[in-house]
Design a protein around this ligand. Structure first.
Ligand code: BGC
Length: 825
């Protein structure tokens, strides 16, 4: 459709119709206007797959891809672009033409609950991979929604917190991934964040949304709010927030029409937003489709293969004394730990989906071993919540809040966790309903069982007529369901093996909460005891190899709350130490959404970090352990020795976790390795670290313009040879160290990288280009990026700590790149 046609449609629209486009119709779709042939389009989360509409749990099955931190560790834009293409197919299979992804916030705090969704602590890595992701997705005809713009680096009080960020840190660290997604990849959409930026909600931040994004960067797409993150009529529209999500509208509709009629909002502002929505529909081919197709689960062999390959390309070999790769032939193997038989494939929150399948690490090994070679034992548990009761639940919904009167609706839910968006049943007001959910549970052990209950609103758990958990009077929101659900409440009850009990949850709702979400979750377990611990250690002792699958899960690495620290949950450290003492061939496979402390590091022979690699988890891990695949990953986030060493762990609560509604980014640009180098702290594993199964020889870097006037690009080339006997991949990292500067600058900063895949004996050249921006810092007073005249050292490196070569570049004059939008006034 030509521009003129969109203008013609706009001309034909009434004000009310234009306004109707500026908010969702429901949770995942926009408002159609059949009279003018304007269709609804559908959005879907994002980012490690396309979940489709409906609830966060139990939806239509979808392919589960590696999470953001894994893609970050791949340092492989070609791979990420390919994944973007596959995600476009996935989104289409769910009828969605917009994916709510990628997440490009920065891993500022080591314990941010959503770090698993983000790529890196470094803006260049993040920007490069975000560009690749958006490009792949949009080439496939599906729009990207780069999120969360900007300053959403913690989950604590995330819907109200003000991230107070100085201009320099904003421009140098937090904005570049968005800038690249807009300018280089041409993202169709940007999602504003929940938080405030320097006191103003980002959804109302005119400098951010209009002056910077739309005017300075020339963004022609739409800005949508995060879900329920738009809180006003006039300020959001005037700031440049085009789409309020989800729908139906709370603050637009009649309110916005009235604001235009009274002159508070200019009609042209509404028209501009409507134009952007129409352009988006056009860009994703919306006008060509008659309706939104139904959701389908399409499990493609090509996606399976891509996910398996990507998983291995993201796995970081942290330590290896030569025990890996493993020859499994004839060796007895103990697969130990909470994550051996449980596939940890993704993080928690809105990025969750219902995977086609999930291969556990033990299953990955089973495919390669004979029956009597492999034995498993969990040893300890690592769950944050009690494991879900099996379900299904039969639910009776009453139209009164006191569990009496006629049942207005009967529902059946397959799982032990139920979520409702909006109302629990059509026509039943939140304030009025109550419900009783019933299931039956048959214990397999005679033992004391621990039940766990989480709900959004008051509830009670009754087992065979006995109240086991009572949250009727003192229910308070806590650390579940995006800060809307209580901290899991627990109760104990002795049960007999084989004796079925009736489990009932009574639930009602008291107040409207931020996300308009209702939920109940019932878990039950017999806690693992010392006997289970001893069995695992004994298994290690009697096997030739012991592999401990340790880590966290999406219960810990989740949207909605930050992590309590970087120690492995539960007794896992103790277990690893005991296994290592019992078996001299102990290998640890970690699956986490970020760094963990490793007090047992010296005692084990190898450590592999496998992240949450998607549905092929166990296969990708087995590929790397056996050498069928190269461990292709490098850390895109520094692993510290202890939490106290990390950038935002200071005595000052304002820096983290925040106080009085503000979190101040006082460390400025000194995030990640920039911080460790400034503070002289040696991390456990540096940024960029990752071992290979082969060896590489690095050549001397060459530069085409050793004197640079700031115009155009400088090209750096370096040759790398695979000097070993196995194929392998190396990531050439390019850092720039500035000359003495008028401001305090990081010792060095990553400005380029290239991943080379090399056969034994093969040589290839890494080529990296630098523009003047790569030499610059942002000067808040002059509101410009400044490249100071002087001699810069360009360093080629295998990690921020392993430097391979260097070359000087003279910037022959001061280069000034003026910014237009000004944040501080
Ligand atoms: C998250 C977004 C997500 C949205 C829709 C919010 O809670 O912050 O990332 O896209 O929900 O599910």
């Amino acid at each position: 459709m030509a521009k003129m046609e969109i203008e013609a449609i706009l001309d034909a629209m009434t004000l009310e119709e234009q306004v109707s486009l500026l908010a969702g119709a429901d949770f995942w779709t926009t408002v159609p206007i059949p009279r003018l042939g304007i269709p609804a389009i559908k959005v879907s989360d994002g980012p490690n797959g396309a979940r489709g509409g409906g609830s966060l749990i139990g939806g239509v099955k979808a392919a589960s891809f590696p999470v953001g931190i894994a893609l970050g560790a791949s340092w492989n834009p070609d791979l990420v672009e390919e994944i973007g293409g596959a995600l476009a197919e996935e989104a289409r299979s769910k009828g969605a033409s917009i994916l709510l992804a990628p997440t490009v916030n920065i891993q500022r705090s080591t314990v941010n609950g959503r770090n698993f969704e983000c790529y890196s602590e470094d803006p260049h890595v993040t920007a490069t991979l975000a560009t690749a992701y958006v490009t792949g997705l949009q080439k496939g005809g599906v729009g990207a929604t780069v999120k969360h713009f900007v300053g959403n680096e913690s989950e604590i009080q995330r819907t109200t917190m003000s991230s107070d960020i100085g201009d320099r840190a904003l421009r140098e660290i937090y904005l570049p991934p968005f800038e690249a997604a807009v300018k280089t990849a041409g993202t169709y959409a940007v999602m504003s964040s929940y938080n405030r930026l320097n006191g103003t909600f980002t959804s109302e931040h005119k400098t951010l949304l209009t002056d910077l994004l739309k005017d300075e960067w020339g963004f022609s797409g739409i800005v949508m709010s995060d879900w329920f993150g738009s809180h006003s009529t006039v300020p959001t529209v005037e700031a440049g927030l085009d789409l309020e999500m989800p729908g139906p509208t709370r603050d637009r509709g009649d309110k916005l029409v009235a604001a235009v009629q009274s002159g508070e909002v200019k009609a042209e502002q509404v028209r501009d937003a409507a134009r952007r929505i129409l352009t988006l529909i056009e860009r994703v081919g919306g006008f060509k489709a008659d309706n939104i197709p139904p959701e389908q689960a399409i499990d493609k062999p090509a996606h399976r293969a891509l996910i398996r390959r990507a998983g291995a390309d993201a796995i970081v070999l942290l330590k290896n004394d030569g025990i890996l790769p493993l020859d499994l032939t004839g060796r007895t193997i103990a697969a130990i730990g909470p994550n051996a038989e449980t596939a940890q494939i993704m993080g928690g929150g809105s990025a969750q989906l219902n995977p086609h399948y999930a291969v556990s690490p033990a299953d990955g090994l089973r495919a390669l071993t004979s029956e009597n070679q492999l034995r498993t034992a969990p040893g300890v548990a690592a769950n944050r919540l009690m494991p879900l009761i099996a379900g299904p639940f039969e639910v009776d919904v009453y139209g009164r809040p006191d569990f009496t009167g006629p049942v207005v609706e009967h529902q059946r839910h397959p799982l032990g966790e139920i979520m409702w968006f909006n109302t629990v049943a059509p026509g039943v007001a939140d304030a009025d309903f109550s419900l009783r959910a019933t299931t039956r549970f048959t214990p397999s052990e005679t033992a004391e069982h621990v039940f766990g209950l989480v709900s959004i609103g008051p509830s009670r758990l009754i087992v065979d007529g006995r109240t086991v958990v009572d949250l009727r009077e003192d229910w308070v929101p806590g650390d579940n369901y995006f800060e809307c659900g209580n901290r899991e409440a627990r109760g104990r009850l002795a049960l007999e093996a084989g004796h079925t009990v009736e489990v009932v949850v009574e639930y009602r709702f008291v107040q409207a909460i931020a996300l308009n979400l209702k939920a109940i979750r019932v878990g039950v377990t017999v806690p693992l005891d010392d006997k289970a611990f001893a069995e695992a250690v004994e298994l290690a002792r009697s096997s030739e190899l012991a592999i401990v699958y340790a880590g966290r899960s999406g219960e810990w690495d989740t949207e909605g709350n930050d992590l309590p620290g970087i120690a492995l949950p539960g007794r896992q450290d103790e277990l690893i130490a005991a296994v290592a003492a019992a078996n001299a061939n102990t290998i640890v496979v970690l699956q986490t959404g970020g760094p963990v402390a490793m007090p047992w590091l010296d005692k084990v022979r190898a450590v592999v970090e496998a992240w949450y690699p998607g549905q092929e988890a166990g296969n990708a891990i087995a590929d790397v352990l056996t050498g069928a695949a190269e461990p292709g990953g490098r850390l895109a986030q520094t692993f510290p020795r202890r939490l106290a060493d990390t950038p935002v762990e200071t005595d000052d609560p304002l820096t983290y976790p925040g106080s009085d509604g503000h979190i101040a980014y006082r460390e400025g640009v000194f995030v990640g390795y920039r911080h460790y180098e400034k503070a002289g702290i040696e991390p456990l594993f540096p940024f960029g670290h990752g071992l290979s199964y082969t060896t590489f020889d690095w050549g001397t870097p060459m530069v085409d313009r050793p004197t640079f006037d700031g115009e155009g690009l400088v090209t750096i080339r370096v040759k790398v040879t695979n000097s070993g006997t196995r194929p392998g991949s190396e990531v050439v990292q390019l850092y720039i160290a500035p000359p003495a500067s008028r401001v305090e600058r990081p010792t060095k900063e990553l400005r380029g990288f290239a991943k080379l895949h090399l056969a034994p004996g093969e040589t290839a050249e890494a080529t990296m280009v630098l523009s003047a921006r790569a030499f610059s810092y942002f000067d808040a007073e002059r509101n410009a990026f400044i490249g100071e005249k002087g001699r810069y050292r360009v360093i080629t490196a295998a990690s921020s700590a392993v430097l391979r070569g260097g070359i000087d570049i003279d910037l022959t004059r001061e280069v000034v790149e003026a910014a237009r939008a000004r944040f501080s006034h």
